[in-house]
Design a protein around this ligand. Structure first.
Ligand SMILES: Nc1nc2c(ncn2[C@@H]2O[C@H](COP(=O)(O)OP(=O)(O)OP(=O)(O)O)[C@@H](O)[C@H]2O)c(=O)[nH]1
Length: 794
């Protein structure tokens, strides 16, 4: 894509590690994408018409568009990276392997895209490979992704059975042939008349494909149905532009009910330019996307509604605005820009780069930005646009755009940044605007951890800084530092995830540290409600005299815990902080002069979170535990000695004490991560795999579907897909026919619940059971209490 749009001068190759988007050494070495790189280019190239043919009436692809391309990873350990990129997309191209078809990980990401309502098109790639099966893949799109495949292009095999040379286009009614072995720029286009002489079989198939495409669209789009009737039911007479408009209407809601399908082989440079045309023609621009969801404390709504004043502003804001008559009702309109930081990258040349998507207004160079998660201000010293691996300086990043802010010290992936000219850099905007957040995403709990050991004491600071940066980049990595031993641990989603983190730390950040063995992250849980304990801290904290107290209690966190204003849910635990204040005549709390309410709460929270990171039984993090902390200024405040650090330490020790008491009373259980595992295999290996899961791994089988059904539930309101009715041209060399219903070669999908411990090193075993063909993906399902013998084995 970058090559054809003129942004790189040579075509990158993942196999020799020369791609533009996979720029981390770890990515290039492994030939996989880990981070979702964002690059901007224009299609068609500025000043040029489209390469596409046909006599349409002003297709969008005839005008140059700015495209922000985000290349996302495919490996299951990096699912979170995909999810956090999905939310900022206006549209997506789902690239399928034409030999493997719809894979388990594809389904998983597809389901996520459904939940974020991302309009999508599909590209069936690798059609040059032996065993390529376009028809089988198209049918799987219907059966497994649960959307109707609208076949827009069909493969062109030389003489019907030979080499893959191009595509037949059912929208523009033409065929395109790529020069063999070329860079893909030379394309010969055949009109239907010319094609009839060149390849009459393909000519006939394009006519069939057109009829099927029109019929499918008419089932979803009344407007096309009308056009079809006007054309006297002649699907060949419908103008290509009417079909493109209809396809666009059918996919714009992001429900995935209809999926336009394109074909190619990127390795042979076949099919890329028409795919780019389809991106222009079919996927929405930022103005056509739904209003992004925002929350301001307990107020929820759309960002545009907030900006236009349609979203009811809380009495709190009105009150704070009332104090500034000049800005009454207009503070919201003073928001110059609102953006989401979706990615943080430490660039060796340029320092830390924060990738943002601007949702409203603009982010200007030198703007003061308020980070609504961290409650800090920072200046956007430079704003850039990434073009391949080059950065171009900008004066601002406008609405809908993706760009980069350089020089930020705090912003992390997932933070919301707002710019309000004239806002106080110290206090930021008044509440609840200071809490304005674009919808956050759920981060699954980490299930593996490893110790990080600096090579020498003097390296410790550098290692900590590098780890902090790594965590800003990837919030699905967690770091804990043991208070007593000072040992650092990082935890993450999978073994590969941690291995890559180590590579990044050592090779990219040049941290002098070693990582210990990767181990399973068990959890500890409180089984019964404990008794309250008041702890008075009276000792030096961080070299200063400290005295503070608070009361703590722990109990199991029950499902459907009601969300209370003074409760924060963090890493699967809940912390409730009650500050018993007396209020003055105006209803304002009377607090010690040196401490604000938010400062007290933040200090107590830090203490509680630190205590929850290490349980009393085996030192594993606590899980589903509810901590209640009470601070009573009349008893627990001791003048200047009660610093935030002293409060934090008091809270930490108070919580540790009640947790220890729970363990002494046998009220702490050890919990193990249990995974949802989806295995794809041949029918012939099904028995052996199931037997192994049940007898050797303590697994529980949830389903044994034929692979055709997939794991995505048919969404409500969407039509049930009858696979038999899906149109696809016949596959000349498919090794497995998509219609085959039984026999040793049929694909099956096993879904099971298995303890993570039994899944370590499973890929090797699965390969041996399946002659190398089986694949699996897994994700955390829940944490389950370990029985006595299993606990002993930990
Ligand atoms: N024969 C053939 N091989 C291809 C084609 N496209 C990609 N490949 C090969 O498939 C492998 C994977 O390619 P990638 O581009 O890294 O695939 P990806 O889906 O981006 O993988 P992740 O980066 O892990 O997400 C490489 O060895 C490519 O050479 C194709 O059209 N034909």
């Amino acid at each position: 894509m970058l090559y054809y749009s003129g942004f790189t001068r040579r075509i990158g190759d993942v196999d020799d590690g020369s791609t533009v988007t996979d720029f981390l050494p770890a990515e290039r070495a492994r030939g996989i994408t880990i981070q979702s790189a964002a690059v901007t280019f224009h299609w068609p190239p500025q000043g040029q018409g489209a390469i596409n043919t046909g006599k349409q009436d002003g297709p969008r692809s005839h005008q140059s568009h700015t495209i922000n391309l985000i290349d996302t990873p495919g490996h299951a350990d990096f699912t979170f990276e995909v999810i956090r990129s999905l939310r900022i997309l206006d549209g997506a191209v789902c690239i399928l392997d034409g030999v493997a078809g719809v894979e388990a990980q594809t389904e998983k990401v597809w389901a996520q895209a459904n939940s974020w309502s991302i309009p999508r098109i599909a590209f069936v790639n690798k059609l040059d490979r032996n065993g390529a099966a376009f028809a089988k893949t198209v049918k799987e799109i219907g059966s497994r992704l649960k959307g109707w495949p609208a076949v827009c292009q069909i493969p062109w095999w030389k003489g019907g059975k030979g080499q893959f040379t191009g595509v037949g286009d059912a929208v523009n009614l033409c065929a395109m042939k790529w020069e063999e072995g070329g860079d893909g720029k030379s394309i010969e286009t055949f009109t239907l008349d010319k094609l009839e002489i060149e390849d009459s079989g393909l000519h006939l198939e394009i006519i069939k494909a057109r009829a099927a495409l029109v019929e499918s669209l008419c089932g979803y789009d009344e407007q096309l149905l009308e056009t079809w009737l006007e054309c006297e039911d002649d699907s060949m007479a419908i103008p290509p532009q009417a079909i493109k408009d209809s396809l666009r209407r059918c996919i714009i809601d992001g429900s995935g009910k209809l999926i336009p399908v394109f074909a190619g082989a990127s390795f042979r440079n076949i099919g890329v330019q028409p795919l780019l045309d389809a991106v222009d023609d079919l996927l929405p621009d930022p103005t056509q996307r739904p209003d992004p969801e925002v929350s301001l404390g307990s107020i929820k709504g759309g960002l545009k509604d907030l900006m236009s004043g349609r979203l009811a502003i809380s009495p709190v804001l009105q009150k704070s605005l009332a104090k500034k008559p000049a800005s009454r009702n207009s503070l919201v309109s003073l928001i110059e820009g609102c953006a989401l930081a979706f990615k943080v990258v430490n660039d060796l040349k340029r320092g830390v780069l924060v990738y943002v998507r601007v949702y409203s207004g603009s982010i200007n160079k030198n703007a003061t930005l308020w980070n609504t998660s961290l409650h800090v201000t920072e200046r956007a010293q430079r704003v850039l646009q990434m073009q391949a691996s080059d950065a171009v300086e900008l004066s601002y990043i406008g609405t809908g755009q993706i760009g980069v802010i350089a020089g930020l010290k705090y912003a992390r992936t997932g933070d919301t940044l707002v710019s309000i000219p004239g806002m106080s850099p110290k206090t930021g905007p008044p509440p609840p605007l200071n809490n304005l957040q674009l919808k956050p995403i759920d981060i699954p709990p980490p299930v593996f951890f490893a110790a990080i050991e600096p090579n020498s004491l003097s390296e410790e600071k550098n290692v900590t800084e590098s780890l902090t940066l790594l965590l800003r980049e990837d919030p699905s990595l967690h770091m804990t530092v043991d208070d007593e031993s000072g040992q650092m641990q990082i935890s993450g989603m999978g073994e590969l995830h941690l291995e890559i983190a180590r590579d990044r730390l050592v090779n990219d950040f040049k941290a002098k540290a070693t990582m210990g063995n990767i181990e399973i992250s068990y959890r500890e849980a409180v089984l019964t409600e404990g008794i309250s304990h008041r702890f008075v801290l009276h000792r030096d904290v961080a070299g200063k005299k400290g005295k503070a107290a608070c009361e703590a209690k722990v109990e199991p966190l029950l499902p459907h815990f009601p969300s209370e204003e003074n409760t924060v849910i963090r890493d699967g635990n809940a912390v409730t902080i009650d500050v018993l204040t007396v209020v003055d005549g105006e209803g304002q709390p009377i607090l010690p002069p040196e401490l604000s309410l938010s400062c007290i709460k933040a200090a107590l929270m830090n203490g509680a979170v630190a205590a929850l990171a290490r349980g009393p039984r085996r030192g594993f993090p606590l899980h589903e535990t509810h901590v209640c902390l009470t601070f009573n200024p009349s008893m627990d405040y001791f003048g200047a000695d009660t610093s935030p650090a002293a409060l934090s330490a008091a809270a930490r020790i108070a919580v540790q004490t009640v947790l220890q008491a729970a363990d002494d009373g046998d009220s702490i259980a050890l919990m193990e991560p249990v995974m949802n595992v989806v295995i794809s295999c041949d029918e012939s290996s099904l028995g052996a795999i199931v037997h192994d899961l049940l007898s050797a791994r303590g697994g529980r089988i949830l389903s044994l579907d034929s692979d055709e059904n997939g794991s995505i539930p048919a969404s409500e309101g969407l039509k049930v897909i009858d696979v038999e009715r899906i149109y696809a041209p016949p596959d000349p060399f498919a090794s497995i026919d998509g219609t085959q219903s039984s026999g040793p070669g049929q694909l099956r999908q096993i879904t099971a619940i298995v303890p993570l411990k039994e899944m370590v090193g499973y890929l090797k075993h699965l390969r041996s059971l399946t002659g190398g063909r089986g694949t699996f993906i897994m994700s955390i399902d829940n944490f389950q209490r370990l029985s006595g013998p299993r606990e002993k084995a930990v």
